[in-house]
Design a protein around this ligand. Structure first.
Ligand code: IVH
Length: 673
């Protein structure tokens, strides 16, 4: 069927628009249009393609999901081998790396380096021909990898088509190398679901990313929220290759996602400072990094240096100290969570892991204990990764004495004595006690925790007493407590009772986002709560949203939607929610901050702002106690980069100053706008 020209034009327009908004959302994390508007564009495109099947091309944004399963992966030969990196563990080794380079190049002056975060993910290569993504592969053995194009297409931060940009022409051909990874939160969520379904757990985000990418059925990959950072180049034509820094900059301009955690260092000593700066940021990052990659910036020098035994001479990985130690398991106890799930926990001889004392580690579930054959009395290797709960990695078999004892899940709940069951298809054991105090205690602790209603002074011991004395039977009861109720409790003097009541009172104005999170709906973390409130606006709307309405909220998938609906169906939950409202807990989204919340923070602006004039922006900052300056220094708090920003962005990065977009600035000063 011949397709009319105006339909074709519209189709091209829609694809361009969708690609652009996809880029704003997934690469820049700075959307310009609402989720609903984005979905409308996508649906419109789907309809046209359905009506005229001949118009579907492999690079259409509709082709990100749903390709048919493969029988096997094809092998791809990398035109340039994908190398590995040598390692350094100490400052001395890094200095030696620098000296080696200078000796090899026969130079005495300083060499310029780029220091960038080393992602703990899966290495891939993306081939773009005339700007279109045509082939994607894994690293494999370095020379041959597996073709995973359809799987990579499901990753929204991989552009199907490079974006035209000022100052960079779309290269004829380019092989982009990068690291595919899974963020920590998504990893925890994926493992939680796998545990519930009785599937083996992934031992770390890297394995989870690798397992997700190497799926013969791309529809499975599509359900895993993988992400990418591009960090290198293979063969290319039509792309200037002067320095690594410029290559990354061109990548970024072409719409590829590049990690902002990178620094240009004019001397090896600066590299060491940057290593420390990156290490300090490590625990705040929502993805795993295991070191810093140091690369010679000048591409000609890279070429002269060449490779030695499968690693480039011009780069090395300066690894973080592994947060692993050995200790012994004294006991295995069982904790009952908010949902009644029983989690076995190893009680260990205290040991310092990466500077933090650890005496407990999660063992996840019985299947994991059996798989790793963990017994009481074993010597084990424990690991602490970022802010993830400490974990037992493996036992040290050579330390077995024969006196170790196997562990078995109790048949009765250790807290309330009710029966424990393992539901079909689940790996977790659950307590069936409807009024299990452990479940109630955990939900109160969650409700009062920092990221939730943040009730200062409501510690674990106090929660135990409130529950066992019968004073609190659901979270709403907290708001009806009086000083007279509290005073008779252990270690509760009049002042602390008054303080606690004041803290409870204060928590009433935490705002709807915190409240939705505090309710402890399964699968609704702080981020999802925020997204729900942003999109649905009120508690009323959240309670009454049907599956369709919930699914239109980006980041809410079928499982989360079902969990919300299930929660809202429970009479007891609805009663709690209405009692919270009666008690005066605020149901309005957080109010615009009008306090001096920017006190002492210096802002610098660069590039053109869309929403404000410079004068207005200055006024907003100053009204809140902040300052505006025209130049970057170590004291600068934020650099706000508008359109076509100048050299300040680079300068800010060099000083380790946070660079934020106009939109982020807007959120900072007016979170409800
Ligand atoms: S550049 C010549 N940069 O680490 C090899 N690699 O241990 C060039 N990796 O296979 C690699 N983050 O998959 C580079 N910012 C980064 C990286 C990075 C993670 C991985 C990469 C490589 C492995 C080597």
């Amino acid at each position: 069927m011949k397709v009319r020209q105006d339909v074709m034009d519209h189709l091209v327009f829609l694809r361009k628009a969708i690609n652009y908004h996809n880029y704003r959302y997934y690469v820049l994390d700075d959307p310009e249009i609402s989720d609903a508007a984005y979905d409308r564009l996508l649906r419109e495109l789907e309809e046209i393609e359905k009506r005229y099947p001949g118009t579907v091309t492999p690079d259409s944004p509709t082709q990100r999901v749903g390709a048919a399963p493969l029988k096997a992966f094809k092998t791809v030969r990398h035109s340039l081998p994908m190398l590995s990196l040598s390692n350094c563990f100490t400052k001395e080794e890094v200095t030696e790396f620098d000296s080696r380079i200078k000796r090899f190049l026969k130079i005495t002056g300083a060499v310029e380096y780029i220091a960038e975060a080393k992602l703990d993910g899966v290495a891939v290569e993306l081939v773009y021909e005339k700007g279109k993504f045509v082939l994607g592969s894994t690293r494999g053995d370095g020379t041959h990898g597996e073709e995973v194009t359809v799987n990579l297409k499901t990753i929204r931060s991989i552009p199907l088509e490079l974006l035209p940009a000022d100052g960079v022409t779309i290269p004829d051909y380019v092989e982009v190398r990068g690291e595919v990874f899974l963020r920590k939160r998504e990893f925890a969520f994926l493992n939680e679901k796998r545990g519930e379904r009785g599937e083996p757990l992934f031992s770390n985000p890297r394995n989870a990313a690798a397992g997700s990418l190497r799926q013969l059925d791309p529809r499975i990959t599509a359900t895993r929220p993988l992400d990418i950072f591009c960090h290198g180049i293979g063969e290319a034509s039509g792309l200037p290759r002067n320095t690594h820094w410029d290559i990354l900059h061109s990548f970024s301009q072409l719409g590829l996602k590049v990690n902002p955690l990178r620094y240009r260092c004019s001397h090896i000593d600066e590299v060491i400072d940057c290593y420390e700066a990156i290490q300090e940021k490590r625990s705040e990052l929502n993805y795993e990094i295991d070191g810093v990659v140091i690369k010679v910036n000048d591409c000609r020098l890279q070429e002269s240096l060449g490779t030695i035994s499968r690693s480039p001479r011009w780069a090395t990985a300066y690894k973080f100290e592994a947060h692993q130690e050995t200790t012994t398991i004294k006991d295995i106890i069982v904790q009952v969570g908010r949902t009644g799930a029983l989690t076995p926990v190893a009680v260990m001889e205290p040991v310092k892991v990466g500077g933090v004392e650890v005496c407990r580690a999660t063992l996840h579930n019985q299947d994991e204990i059996d798989k790793k054959d963990i017994r009481i009395g074993d010597t084990v290797v424990v690991q602490r990764a970022g802010d993830v709960i400490p974990e037992v990695i493996t036992i040290v078999a050579s330390k077995r004495t024969g006196k170790e004892q196997r562990f078995a899940m109790p048949l009765q709940c250790p807290e309330c004595g009710a029966d424990v069951v393992k539901l079909k298809g689940e790996a977790v054991y659950r307590c069936l006690g409807l009024s299990c105090p452990a479940q109630l205690k955990e939900s109160i602790k969650h409700f009062a925790s920092k990221g939730a209603m943040d009730i200062d002074g409501l510690g674990d011991k106090l929660v135990d007493q409130l529950v066992s004395s019968g004073l609190v039977t659901d979270v709403a009861d907290l708001y009806f407590l009086t000083v007279t109720d509290l005073e008779p409790l252990e270690r509760m003097a009049a002042t602390s009772a008054h303080n606690l009541i004041a803290a409870i009172e204060k928590s009433k104005s935490s705002g709807l986002e915190k409240l939705v999170y505090a309710l402890g709906i399964r699968h609704v973390g702080a981020h999802t709560a925020q997204v729900l409130v942003n999109n649905l606006g009120s508690m009323e709307n959240i309670l009454h949203a049907d599956e369709h309405a919930l699914l239109t909220v980006r980041d809410v998938g079928p499982e989360v939607a079902r969990s919300i609906i299930e929660f809202c169906k429970q009479e007891a939950n609805l009663t709690t929610i209405s009692r919270l409202e009666k008690a005066g807990v605020s149901y309005t989204p957080r109010e615009r901050k009008t306090t001096e919340d920017l006190n002492g923070i210096t802002f610098v602006f660069t590039g053109a702002l869309k929403r404000f004039t410079r004068e207005e922006a200055k006024q907003i900052v100053e009204e809140r106690g902040g300052k505006v300056s025209s130049s970057i220094s170590g004291k600068t708090g934020y650099l706000v980069a508008g359109e076509s920003p100048g050299s300040k962005v680079e300068k800010a990065r060099e000083h380790g100053v946070a660079v934020i977009s106009e939109n982020e600035f807007n959120k900072l000063v007016a979170p409800d706008h």
